[in-house]
Design a protein around this ligand. Structure first.
Ligand SMILES: [Zn+2]
Length: 287
């Protein structure tokens, strides 16, 4: 196994018309589910560490756990560890020193110029270290970690702001708002495909889709065709894990063997990760 820079991994996917699954992990069990799924599918993957998990578990314990589980399970596929939705320059730097291969600074809630200024600073460090860098322009609706963006505040990214942001920050891949949301959808999302194509045409860079959970499969396939090369999935994985645990408990009320209970969560989440990998077309792409 080797760790691969997010820049290399996403470029490779983008050039070859598939998308990398960026799967959020929260603890030992969810890291294991993602790694085993990727190995079985022979897919390059990103493991995302988000703000909620960092607050609860700590960045270092999670990062160390990824190293240990890769070694323990003899994982051979390319892995990229990604820092998701960081809102602090300092935290991005900490992740760089802890051998993350991809950094996201999310300044989408900041004034435009401030978002550009800090994102650019993160990109410069990422470039110097050979890491991938992601930035976000436009507000993606829903709740991510502890931050909620009301539907009325969610804004579809314009082509002009995407191009300006992309050129001035130099990000390697760009997260845009085209109708997806974080968390659970109240109604079926309808992605703005025309806008996606216009943005891709203008910026000529891989596009990142956040809020990948609950987007119908046919819309995901269409988004990949139109230039999306990284798709973030979190909510659906947590749902699968918890439902797996619940079902096991319903059937075995007296089972207090924690490892057995957790294994049901792992199995259930791993199936969803494998389904997503095939949907994104990254299966069999590990070299
Ligand atoms: Zn996100």
């Amino acid at each position: 196994m080797s760790y691969v820079s997010g820049k290399t991994m996403i470029q490779e996917a983008w050039k070859n018309g598939y998308a990398i699954g960026a799967f959020t992990a929260h603890n030992l069990e969810t890291i294991k589910a993602v790694l085993l799924a990727a190995e079985e599918e022979q897919a390059p993957i990103m493991i995302q560490i988000g703000q909620k998990a960092i607050n609860e578990m700590g960045m270092k314990p999670l990062r160390d756990a990824i190293d240990s589980l890769i070694e323990h399970h003899r994982i051979t596929v390319p892995v990229c560890v990604h820092l998701d939705h960081s809102r602090q320059f300092e935290q991005c730097m900490e992740a760089a020193t802890r051998h993350f291969q991809s950094l996201m600074f999310d300044g989408s809630a900041l004034p435009f110029e401030e978002n550009i200024r800090i994102t650019k600073a993160v990109v410069e460090v990422a470039n110097a270290l050979g890491l991938g860098a992601e930035g976000e322009i436009g507000k993606i609706g829903g709740t991510e970690d502890d931050i909620t963006v009301d539907e009325k505040d969610a804004m579809i990214t314009t082509v002009a702001e995407a191009l300006d942001f992309s050129e001035r920050t130099g990000v390697d891949y760009l997260a845009v708002s085209i109708g997806t949301a974080h968390g659970v959808y109240k109604t079926t999302p309808e992605l703005k495909f025309d806008r996606l194509s216009e943005i891709k045409q203008a910026v000529q860079k891989p596009i990142v889709l956040h809020g990948g959970s609950g987007v119908p499969d046919d819309q995901i396939v269409e988004a990949v065709k139109r230039g999306v090369a990284k798709i973030n999935v979190d909510t659906e994985l947590r749902q699968a894990f918890i439902l797996g645990v619940q079902e096991h408990w319903k059937a075995n009320e007296k089972d207090y063997i924690l490892a057995d209970v957790m294994n049901k969560g792992i199995t259930s989440m791993k199936e969803v990760v494998q389904h997503k990998i095939r949907l994104f077309g990254s299966n069999g792409k590990a070299k």
